[in-house]
Design a protein around this ligand. Structure first.
Ligand code: HEC
Length: 189
């Protein structure tokens, strides 16, 4: 993407966010009200649950643009450490979870899409209290990185969301890189 286009996209998004709710709200009862479509382990011992609202899943199944009001949620857990280093894995090679990281990332679609503006707002919460996560600015911290996934409606796991929508099978969204680094190969369609 040309850099001026990236800037136009960012400006468009911020304009939308200034008009509407600037932050995605804390989704109460997200484990029941949303649908678990994927789980993902990373090399730094973080293991995550991926949730989407049923309207988002229905649209993905039909191959349509995700509607305004779609919500995506990512919850992070920390794995048990293995003796002698590394992390404990189960018989299938997946991380054994130890405890919550108190980190819930939320995306909410807020305005009609246009060619340059995929309008999402973001939020970061402690899921045990519903309080905003300290030290996180949902505007600057989240949007910048998710712009890399502009081609898939700002979602990194769009392909897996679609695969879940079509098959009903929980998707693995594992990545050998630590932290939030976008994982190659790109998970586009
Ligand atoms: C440095 C890049 C980066 C930053 C910063 C980042 N994310 Fe993400 N996010 C990702 C990646 C990559 C994934 C795919 C999941 C994975 O690979 O762990 C993801 C997944 C998600 C998902 C699941 C839907 C999807 O896109 O697959 C949500 C919801 C989400 N992030 C919200 C947030 C929020 C809220 C913030 C800010 C508090 C944030 N993210 C900050 C890279 C980032």
């Amino acid at each position: 993407m040309k850099s001026w286009m990236g800037a136009a996209v960012l400006l468009g998004l911020w304009a939308v966010q200034a008009q509407n709710a600037p932050v995605a709200p804390f989704p109460k009862n997200y484990t029941k009200g949303l649908v678990l479509y994927g789980m993902g382990d990373r090399s730094d011992g973080k293991s995550r649950d991926f949730y989407a609202s049923s309207a988002a899943i229905d649209a993905a199944r039909r191959g349509q643009e995700l509607p305004v009001g779609s919500m995506l949620v990512l919850e992070t857990f920390r794995a048990k450490e293995a003796q002698g280093g590394g992390f404990l894995k189960d018989s299938k090679g997946f991380l054994v979870r130890d405890r919550p990281e108190h980190e819930l990332h939320v995306m909410l679609k807020v305005a009609p899409e246009s060619a340059l503006s995929k309008a999402w707002v973001f939020g970061a919460y402690d899921p045990s209290t519903g309080q905003p996560q300290a030290g996180t600015n949902p505007l600057s911290d989240c949007l910048f990185c998710h712009t890399e996934a502009l081609g898939t409606d700002m979602l990194f796991s769009f392909k897996e969301l679609k695969a879940f929508a079509q098959s009903g099978q929980l998707q693995r969204i594992d990545c050998p890189l630590p932290e939030r680094q976008p994982c190659p190969p790109p998970r586009t369609e």
